[in-house]
Design a protein. Structure first.
Lengths: 154, 307
């Protein structure tokens, strides 16, 4: 009886040690901090001004619970240059955030139409991109390239 | 304060000494003895002597002396050096709980403040900005949303200014608008829109103080088709008068930005028309600090009271 019990315990132990993983499988890597990802994608990110989280809620209507991380940068000129990237809390939040950012982009286009032609041109070329839970809007001369680099790591 | 039955002269000297003003030593004989210890500029004592003499002659001594003393106290209150010197942090605390409303010009101030906050995190940290490029003074004066206009955005929704202020309930709202309206060409209408804004905010947020900032000056390039300088100045003068009449605040941010000809100084302009760059934006902030100092020296605000 004692031997049987011992064999059963050893078997359970072996199962517990072997059952949780597959050979060669690694735990998913933690996502790169957005600030680093943006700095790697946009050469001038360090020269842009950081907009605080209050603006995300006050202006875009994105509450803090809808995202875990964000980067929001603007240039202090009339060029229209800006970078807005958020890591949404989950898939549903990502959809809400996408909607808000798209509405924001439409308003920026309306504001600059017939007023700031260069900024309007950049805003018309920009679009909101989503990958996994990351929502990105980049406005600038190299926007398409910058978004591609940014989302490649998401 | 003034005891009934005392001679007017003794009352006056007693009060003056009580104020702790003036020189030491025995008073000189004659008229000077009445004013021993009372320090004012040269016109002050003479006026007080005259008021004093008239009051005695006409037999209205008590009332006149009280009036003169109140005026003297107010004069003393305005003298420099009597108010404690405030730090920059204290001065800008005047704008805690304030909302700055404007168009692309105020948007530039917003981003400039954010840049300053990178090294001074507390600078204007308790102020908010409501800005939309090409925002019109007319739109700001409307009670209902203007569907085809560039509106202010709050919590992701377009809203009229009065409604947003009604939700935010800020301590003060500072408004710089009118360039997009070319309001210098329609001064009466523009002032009417400003009065409407005062009325609407009084309805939605009665405790919010409204302060208008003057239109900023423009460059010669902006004036190539029409010289707007005098129109802008006339509008600002009318705006200042309206603010005085309606009890709103008024800050002249234009004058420090002008050159000798009344244009926006070239080295303050970012686009050669009417937008500002760093130097000009810093001057704007300096003007705001000066306004806060004026409020303090006028006894209308203290840093402790605003926190």
């Amino acid at each position: 009886m004692k031997k049987l019990t011992l064999i059963l315990c050893l078997g359970l132990l072996a199962c517990a040690l072997a059952g949780c993983g597959q050979p060669g499988e690694k735990a998913p890597a933690a996502p790169r901090p957005l600030k680093e990802a943006v700095a790697a994608a946009a050469a001038d990110a360090g020269a842009l001004v950081a907009i605080p989280a209050e603006d995300l809620e006050d202006v875009l209507g994105i509450p803090p619970e809808d995202y875990s991380e964000f980067v929001y940068l603007q240039e202090n000129s009339l060029s229209g240059r800006e970078i807005l990237v958020l890591r949404a809390a989950d898939a549903e939040a990502a959809q809400r955030v996408r909607g808000r950012v798209e509405a924001y982009l439409e308003r920026r286009r309306k504001e600059t139409d017939n007023y700031l032609p260069e900024a309007y041109k950049l805003l018309m070329a920009a679009k909101v991109e989503v990958k996994n839970h990351t929502v990105a809007l980049i406005v600038g001369e190299q926007a398409a390239d910058e978004v591609r680099k940014l989302l490649a790591g998401e | 304060m003034i005891m009934k039955g005392m001679k007017a002269e003794r009352q006056f000297v007693s009060i003056a000494r009580g104020l702790g003003r003036g020189r030491k030593g025995a008073p000189k004989a004659g008229r000077e003895s009445v004013f021993a210890g009372l320090v004012l500029d040269i016109s002050g004592p003479r006026d007080i002597i005259n008021a004093f003499g008239s009051a005695r002659k006409e037999g209205k001594t008590m009332r006149r002396i009280v009036s003169v003393l109140v005026a003297a106290l107010m004069l003393l209150g305005c003298l420099p050096g009597l108010c404690e010197e405030l730090t920059q942090e204290q001065l800008f605390s005047y704008y805690d709980g304030s909302v700055f409303v404007g168009d692309s010009i105020t948007r530039q101030l917003r981003v400039f403040v954010l840049e300053k906050q990178e090294t001074e995190p507390d600078f204007l940290k308790n102020a908010r900005f409501l800005v939309t490029q090409s925002y019109f003074l007319y739109t700001a004066s409307r009670k209902y949303l203007q569907k085809n206009a560039n509106n202010l955005i709050y919590r992701g929704e377009e809203m009229p200014l009065c409604e947003i202020i009604g939700q935010m309930k800020p301590k003060r709202v500072l408004i710089l608008l009118g360039v997009n309206d070319y309001v210098g060409e329609k001064i009466e209408k523009g002032i009417g829109w400003c009065e409407r804004i005062v009325d609407l905010i009084a309805e939605t947020s009665p405790d919010t103080q409204v302060i208008f900032e003057s239109l900023t000056p423009v460059t010669p390039k902006f004036c190539r088709k029409k010289d707007y300088r005098a129109m802008w100045d006339d509008y600002n003068a009318a705006l200042e008068e309206m603010c005085r009449r309606r009890g709103a605040g008024y800050i002249d941010i234009a004058t420090p930005l002008k050159d000798a000809d009344g244009y926006l100084r070239a080295d303050y302009s970012s686009d050669g028309e009417y937008h500002l760059k760093g130097v000009g934006l810093q001057l704007w902030l300096d003007t705001l600090a000066a306004y806060a100092r004026q409020q303090y020296e006028a006894g209308l605000w203290t840093p402790e009271a605003s926190r």
